[in-house]
Design a protein. Structure first.
Length: 251
């Protein structure tokens, strides 16, 4: 019975990975002309990765400015930060393609990309937490920090498992999904505030507090990410354990 359940889970995981590969190939076809242009003008993969970090630092700056200069109801900063998050995320895909199409792959390049990706995510979440704390969304800032912990553990478990000789790439909340979720929800929050106002609150009769406000368009996905990243990390740990046990059994 347990063997049948495990086979079903493995099949679903393979289907998700196949869908992910198909989507990646579609995106690569779209961005490859840009990649070839970058190669022609002399951009290296490490340069592209560095630009991505600089853009994510810009995301953090926008969030900090929103906390320092904007008021609680001005969510335009969140929207602009979301747009820059998606643009910065594009460079995460560009650097790998520049390395492949430009025949510039290297071991240090792979390490450099991985390290700067972690810095990029840390800086982005620093900005998010600063903004939420600055406008007194303390519970949401806590969930943002938990999402950061989960994000780092997802990446760390993969790196540690690969260092031990097993592949560990599964899960719902890998870096591309995290970038898209943060970027899209932040943009949606900014757009929503334009139409209904940044201070909108929804009350339900019988409940003494509001059940929804405009910033929730951004903070609810962050809360979902806090849960799913840590579930992904735990699942990767379990997958790595199975792979390592199998590896040791076959010795």
């Amino acid at each position: 019975m347990n063997h049948t359940i495990q086979n079903t889970i493995d099949k679903k995981t393979m289907q998700k990975q196949e869908l992910r590969i198909v989507l990646q190939q579609v995106i690569y076809k779209v961005i490859n002309p840009v990649v070839r242009f970058l190669v022609r003008i002399g951009f290296t993969p490490n340069a592209v990765t560095t630009v991505g970090l600089a853009l994510n630092m810009g995301v953090a700056v926008i969030f900090v400015m929103g906390a320092e200069e904007g008021n609680r109801g001005d969510l335009s900063y969140v929207g602009w930060a979301g747009a820059l998050t998606l643009f910065a995320g594009l460079f995460d895909m560009l650097d790998g393609q520049v390395a492949r199409l430009g025949n510039m792959s290297s071991s240090f390049g792979a390490l450099y990309d991985s390290v700067l990706d972690r810095y990029s995510e840390l800086v982005m979440f620093l900005g998010i937490c600063y903004y939420l704390i600055g406008h007194h969304y303390f519970l949401s800032s806590l969930f943002a920090f938990v999402a950061l912990i989960g994000s780092m553990m997802v990446s760390y478990i993969r790196a540690r498992a690969e260092g031990l000789g097993v592949e560990c790439k599964g899960g719902l909340m890998q870096r591309p999904e995290r970038v898209v979720l943060v970027g899209v929800s932040a943009i949606a929050c900014g757009i929503t505030s334009y139409y209904i106002g940044g201070n909108y609150k929804l009350f339900v009769p019988g409940i003494p507090f509001h059940v929804f406000e405009t910033i929730s368009v951004f903070t609810i996905p962050i809360t979902v990410m806090a849960v799913l990243t840590n579930i992904t990390a735990i699942n990767r740990l379990r997958d790595a354990k199975r792979a390592l046990d199998k590896k040791e059994f076959n010795k």
